[in-house]
Design a protein around this ligand. Structure first.
Ligand SMILES: *[C@@H]1O[C@H](CO)[C@@H](O)[C@H](O)[C@H]1NC(C)=O
Ligand SMILES: *[C@@H]1O[C@H](CO)[C@@H](O)[C@H](O)[C@H]1NC(C)=O
Ligand SMILES: *[C@@H]1O[C@H](CO)[C@@H](O)[C@H](O)[C@H]1NC(C)=O
Ligand SMILES: *[C@@H]1O[C@H](CO)[C@@H](O)[C@H](O)[C@H]1NC(C)=O
Ligand SMILES: *[C@@H]1O[C@H](CO)[C@@H](O)[C@H](O)[C@H]1NC(C)=O
Ligand SMILES: *[C@@H]1O[C@H](CO)[C@@H](O)[C@H](O)[C@H]1NC(C)=O
Ligand SMILES: *[C@@H]1O[C@H](CO)[C@@H](O)[C@H](O)[C@H]1NC(C)=O
Ligand SMILES: *[C@@H]1O[C@H](CO)[C@@H](O)[C@H](O)[C@H]1NC(C)=O
Length: 633
């Protein structure tokens, strides 16, 4: 890319040394995809359990391959063990045995340290647990600083439990604010009443306030933070986590529904157990509550470990997908529609988009994907012709030839900044075929130009904005695009970067630079992409213009360069615009990033005065993104 040397490099006197005029056309243009920007979710790096899902206690159902006593500790001299002979249900096969030594007189019990600590904030907590064994008396539930010993909540419930059956206890209490995330939840009882014997506990659950107050819901703070992005769709439940380490450990829709007591959970693909408390119906409730259109992924026969089921062996899995769709879409007179109704959702859901698999071009999936895709496509398309089907790869060598008319394809990009910049025009000359569309199902700037993995996004994420401008310019073709992954627990992540991070500490919820770029782009969307004529070529400045039927005009500009740029936007012929336009500018100097409690790179709002004919002039800083909005006066 050629950048002219300024004649007067007086950086101290001028804020920008380069300039560009963008003339936005008020005629013609292409309709843009109304769903273009959205969210992609899978449980990775504890983004589900320990992340967005409200339940804060870890290993509460002894799920996954090797649960043991993970997260539990004795309080007051009890002996704890995972007891596989005393089970809660067929799904929850173990419980916690708490043995109380015979000479015990004090209040004793056990603690759970949550997902790298229990977040304790001033507010209300719902607490549920099962108890078995002879005990009549007080049970005390507490939130306590692990190091400080400070008690932030202490709540007594009276329990009458026998050894004959499980007793369910549900209660709630308020907590005061903890200064950090170094907390445990603990359950105490009168040890003198149990001395020399044991009590059993299972499925301990602790929830802070949930989004929209839902039972077994997602965290309210995380829900609101994601809602603020303004995305249009949610792709779920994966991602690789759909696939399983082997076909038998794939994500199974029918084991993620109904009471959590009936969900066995599984060893997820990312080396930790998934409780599946965030299950199929919870995903759809998340969609409903956040006004997101579901993009549902269906297992396609490929597992991450390389196990592939194809040919006639695939038939039961195709049938299983049809059962899933009957569960979601069938009337209450169908077997699975009736099951849905019994779980409290008689109305069918709306499932406009289904993706067949995930990344079937890798893990040796390519050679069988055309036939696997076709088996699912034929069955689903015949039963539900209006559902938009998406193939999990855009690699033609893995796809049926010809691709059935109307099918869309997915493409993923984890790139360096310079690759994203060079992918700006990826779709400019892509073939346009009626009915065909692209889903950029995962993308993120994950490494530097020299290949070093990024731990957390910094200003090099401006390169994502350059790429997104390319997507938006081609959003007649590119229908959906989602950054991935969405969320990480800072203390538990090894895949980085992610869009949002949190830990158990107060106010730890942090938007990466990429988060703010997603928010900027999602929140300023036109229905028509307009042609722009400019007096400079693309690079290091990139732009896209759009307008709404209501007469709003948006111009997004990204500057992936080391010098500020002065930009003049003209919209000649656009009548009725106010002289004052709104500007949101995000920029980060080299090395700038966002950390918990220290968010440096975020959009800053201002106004700019001008006119449609003469234009509005503003600066786009180095490593900067600007979103310009002109509205009717
Ligand atoms: C509209 O789409 C066509 C490709 O079908 C493209 O050549 C043209 O540049 C697009 N127009 C705008 C304004 O983006
Ligand atoms: C995080 O995700 C990566 C996959 O990129 C995986 O290797 C790692 O085990 C995960 N870590 C945790 C704690 O979930
Ligand atoms: C415990 O699991 C067995 C199957 O392993 C099941 O038959 C039994 O009903 C379960 N117990 C309870 C209380 O659900
Ligand atoms: C119970 O007995 C054990 C061993 O005899 C002793 O170490 C322990 O301190 C006693 N605990 C109490 C609470 O008396
Ligand atoms: C629990 O109490 C019942 C009724 O008093 C008694 O039959 C049973 O043996 C007790 N169980 C244990 C484990 O002590
Ligand atoms: C889920 O569906 C599979 C395939 O139809 C079936 O084998 C399995 O028993 C089902 N599991 C539950 C819990 O219903
Ligand atoms: C923008 O429009 C103005 C006025 O019509 C014209 O003078 C100028 O050459 C145009 N610039 C570009 C790059 O099209
Ligand atoms: C982003 O971080 C990487 C790794 O620390 C660093 O090499 C790179 O220079 C940074 N880029 C920007 C634009 O800040």
């Amino acid at each position: 890319m050629f950048s002219p040397t300024p004649l007067l490099p007086l950086a101290s006197l001028v804020t920008s040394v380069y300039s560009a005029t963008l003339n936005v056309s008020t005629t013609g243009g292409n309709a843009s995809s109304p769903l273009l920007y959205g969210l992609m979710f899978e449980d990775i790096n504890n983004s589900g359990d320990g992340g967005i899902h409200g339940q804060l206690l870890k290993n509460n159902g002894f799920q996954g391959d090797t649960p043991g006593l993970t997260a539990y500790a004795s309080v007051g001299g009890t002996s704890l063990s995972q007891d596989a002979t005393v089970n809660l249900t067929t799904a929850i096969q173990s419980s916690l045995e708490v043995f109380v030594p015979s000479n015990t007189t004090a209040s004793v019990g056990f603690s759970n340290s949550g997902y790298a600590g229990v977040p304790v904030n001033a507010g209300t907590y719902a607490n549920y647990f099962y108890i078995k064994g002879n005990y009549s008396g007080t049970v005390t539930l507490q939130l306590v600083g692990s190091t400080s010993g400070t008690v932030f909540a202490s709540h007594d419930v009276t329990v009458s439990s026998t050894s004959a059956a499980w007793t369910y206890v549900e209660t709630s209490f308020t907590a005061s604010q903890s200064p950090d995330g170094d907390n445990v939840w603990q359950l105490l009882f009168d040890g003198s009443k149990v001395a020399g014997s044991s009590l059993w506990f299972d499925l301990v659950q602790l929830f802070p306030e949930t989004y929209h107050g839902r039972f077994n819901g997602i965290r309210n703070d995380v829900g609101e933070f994601l809602e603020a992005i303004g995305g249009s769709f949610l792709r779920f439940p994966g991602g690789n986590n759909l696939e399983g380490g082997s076909p038998s450990t794939r994500w199974k829709w029918n084991e993620t529904i109904g009471p959590v007591e009936n969900r066995p959970g599984r060893q997820g693909d990312w080396n930790y157990p998934n409780t599946d408390a965030l299950g199929l119906m919870e995903y759809l409730q998340w969609c409903d509550d956040m006004s997101l259109t579901p993009v549902l992924a269906i297992w396609s026969g490929l597992s991450l470990g390389g196990g592939i089921i194809s040919g006639t062996a695939l038939t039961p899995y195709v049938d299983d997908a049809l059962n899933e769709l009957e569960f979601l879409l069938g009337s209450t007179s169908t077997t699975y529609g009736a099951l849905r109704a019994s779980y409290g959702h008689p109305a069918p859901y709306t499932i406009p988009y289904i993706e067949i698999g995930n990344e079937d071009n890798v893990y040796s999936g390519c050679s069988t994907y055309a036939s696997r895709f076709t088996a699912f496509y034929n069955a689903i398309h015949a039963a539900y012709p209006s559902i938009q089907i998406i193939a999990s790869t855009s690699d033609a060598s893995c796809l049926p030839s010809p691709l059935p008319s109307g099918v869309w394809t997915d493409i993923h990009h984890y790139e360096s900044p310079s690759s994203f910049v060079s992918l700006f025009n990826e779709f400019d000359n892509y073939p346009r075929t009626t009915g065909y569309g692209i889903f950029v199902g995962e993308y993120a700037n994950t490494k530097t130009d020299s290949g070093t993995q990024l731990v957390w996004s910094n200003a090099s994420a401006i390169s994502e904005a350059v790429y997104m401008i390319g997507l938006e310019r081609n959003s007649d073709l590119v229908k959906l695009a989602s950054y991935a992954p969405l969320l990480e627990h800072f203390g538990l992540a090894t895949w980085s970067p992610d869009l949002v991070g949190l830990s158990s500490a107060p106010n730890s919820l942090t938007g990466s630079v990429s988060y703010y770029i997603q928010k900027l782009f999602s929140s300023a969307r036109g229905d028509t992409i307009r042609a722009v004529s400019a007096d400079v070529d693309f690079g290091p400045l990139y732009w896209v213009a759009s307008s709404t039927a209501g007469g709003e005009w948006f111009v997004k500009v990204a500057n992936y360069g080391t010098g500020a740029q002065s930009v003049t936007v003209r919209i000649p012929g656009a009548g009725g615009l106010g002289g004052t336009a709104a500007l949101l500018v995000l920029s980060g100097s080299e090395g700038a990033s966002n950390g918990p409690g220290d968010v440096e790179v975020l959009p800053v709002g201002s106004t700019v005065v001008g006119s449609a004919e003469a234009g509005w002039t503003f600066d786009v800083p180095a490593y900067g993104v600007a979103v310009f909005t002109a509205s009717p006066a």
